[in-house]
Design a protein around this ligand. Sequence first.
Ligand code: GLN
Length: 309
Amino acid sequence: MSDDIQKHLRNAFEHAKAYRGQGRVADYIPALAKVDPSKFGMSLALPNGKFYCVGDATEPFSIQSVSKVFTLSLALERSGDDLWKSVGREPSGSSFNSIVQLETEGGIPRNPLINAGAIATTDRLMDGQSADDTAAEILAFMQERADDPSVFIDQEVASSEAATGSRNRSLAHFMEAFSNMRHPIETSLSVYFRQCAIAMSTRQLARAGLYLAFGGTDPISGKDIVSTEHCRHINAIMMGCGHYDNSGEFAYRVGLPGKSGVGGGILTIAPGRGAIAVWSPGLNDAGTSLVGSKALEHFVHALNWSIFT
Ligand code: GLN
C-alpha cells in the first residue's frame, strides 16, 4: 500500500505539472509577487508518523489564509460558541476580501475563513492579551502542531502586507463601525498580518493539520488540540467556505475539507486517514492554487478518499 501511495502522489504531481504557468501569482502583496511561480511541492502526513513527499515539499512558503484554520481552532477553544456572535459560518460566494456583505449583514462576516471573518476571529483571540502575545501564541501553536520549532513568521511578508493592506483596513474599520471589533484596528491587523506571514513547508503543514483528521486529537502525540465537536465544526466550515467563491468547485472536484491561501498553499483534511498539503504559487481567479487543486483532485481520486465516495 505504501508503494501505491508514493506512486499515486508522483502520478498526481506529474499530472498537475502540465498546468504550471496557467495560474497567476498573487501580486497585491509585493513580497509574494517575488516567489518563483514554478515551485510545486506536496506532502501527505499519516497518523503513524509516516510522510509521503514530492517536489518542493520541504521548502517554506507563505501560508497566508491557511493560517485562518488554526486561529479558528484557537479562538473556538478559547471563546466557544461566543465566537459565533462575531462571525457566521455560511459560505460567502464572494471573493476573499469582499466588503459588500458586511454592509447589509450588520458588520458580521459570513464566516471565519474570509478576510473579514478571520480578522474578527483574530480580534477575539486577542481578548485579554496583547497583540505580541497573541502573535506569539499563534506561532507557538503552529510550531507545536508541525512538531518543528523552525516554523517562523516571515517579517518581510508581514511588513509588505501591512504596507499595502488598505483593503483589510477597510474591512476592519467597517466592522468597527458595527461594534464588531474589540481592539484597536491596527493592533488586531498587526496580528492578522503576522499570522498570514507564517512560513511553512507542505510537510510541516500536513503534519500540523493531522489533528483535524482525527477528531481534534493529534494522532502522533496523543494530545487533545480541539474538542471533537469543534473539530467537526471546523471541517464543516472548511468544506463550505475554505476556498471563498471557489468552495463549491473544490468540494465537487476534491471532496475533502480544505483551506487555500494566496501564497499558493492548500491544506486538505481526509478524516480518519491523514492530511495533505500542496504548494504551487500560481492561483486561479478565486485565489486558490491552480496546480495545487489539480494535484489534489488527482491524488484524492486515486486514493478514493473523497468523503462523498
Ligand atoms: N493575507 C492575505 C490577505 O489578507 C490572505 C488572503 C488569502 O490568502 N486568501 O489578503
